[in-house]
Design a binder for this molecule. Structure first.
Ligand SMILES: [Zn+2]
Ligand SMILES: [Zn+2]
Length: 298
């Protein structure tokens, strides 16, 4: 039996966080390139569209978080493989199966984290940055507060290493996940309705960015999790709806610097101005804790 893991290492390829960062850059380049082909565009949009600088700022932030936590995760992987507990690489499992398993588990972990980001107010205030995109395209994928990247990506990767997945399988899973995330946010109109039984498509994730269906479609790769938790939606009713933070579509700040401090400023304002609690509650009801309301409405 050929083990891809060992083949890759023998070929001198070391799949680590630097490989992941470069491969994700390749994914972005492919999706950004496809978006320049007019017949494939969902809506006409120039490359340098409004808020381009904001999203470049968040892209750099995402890369910085990845590189900052890379050494700690690699250390965790080394510690795990040296521990007394057998890791998955010690079993005769084909590399491709390890990658599939790592991708499924990573998607599950990220989906659960995403649900928590919508469930609790301080996390929702962080996650509003991601929902503030007025348009979706390749660069909107990484519009997320730096602390959200820490909350969502790092523990999920750490869990995979702790379970004993080899770092090469985790790196490949993250590239696949990033591919789905970038495609899911893309401004591409593709005939993908047939795969929605299994996979998240741009149309499905766009519904997550529509205020009326914000608490639907939390997954990135598989639709399975949303079907299991009762959050799946595939309606065409909101195809032309405006995107944005529920209740704040017109008012949420759009500059990188404003968005960086907005979650904390918002918290301070609520503490200093208790009479504004009503507004906070309304916003939570509107965007974060509306599961029951959605269940009633749909
Ligand atoms: Zn969300
Ligand atoms: Zn999104």
């Amino acid at each position: 039996m050929t083990f891809y893991r060992w083949t890759l290492i023998h070929n001198g390829m070391e799949l680590d966080s630097r490989f992941t960062a470069v491969a994700i850059l390749g994914v972005y380049a492919v999706v950004a390139g496809l978006e320049r082909i007019s017949p494939l565009q969902r809506v006409p949009s120039p490359l340098l569209r409004p808020s381009f600088a904001t999203d470049v700022g968040w892209y750099v932030t995402a890369v910085a978080v990845t590189l900052a936590f890379g050494p700690a995760l690699e250390q965790l992987a080394r510690w795990r493989s040296a521990s007394a507990f057998p890791d998955l690489a010690s079993f005769e499992i084909r590399f491709v199966l390890l990658v599939i398993a790592a991708t499924v588990l990573y998607d599950l972990g990220a989906t659960l984290c995403h649900m928590l980001l919508h469930r609790y107010e301080p996390l929702w205030n962080l996650h509003k940055v991601h929902h503030s995109s007025p348009v979706l395209d390749w660069l909107a994928t990484t519009r997320a507060h730096g602390l959200e990247h820490v909350f969502r990506g790092i523990p999920t990767q750490a869990a995979l290493f702790t379970l004993g997945f080899p770092s090469e399988a985790v790196a490949a899973a993250i590239v696949i996940y990033a591919g789905f995330a970038t495609a899911g946010h893309s401004n591409l109109r593709l005939p993908l309705a047939g795969v929605e039984v299994l996979f998240v498509t741009p149309r499905l994730h766009r519904l997550h960015h529509v205020p009326a269906t914000t608490n639907r479609n939390f997954g990135t790769v598989l639709t399975l999790w949303d079907r299991l938790f009762g959050h799946f939606a595939a309606t065409t009713e909101h195809d032309d709806a405006a995107l944005g933070v529920p209740g704040e579509v017109e008012t949420y700040p759009q500059s990188w610097k404003s968005q960086l401090i907005e979650p904390f400023g918002r918290r301070r304002r609520v503490i200093r101005e208790p009479h504004r609690h009503d507004l906070g509650t309304e916003q939570i009801e509107d965007g974060a804790l509306a599961f029951e309301k959605h269940a009633r409405d749909t």
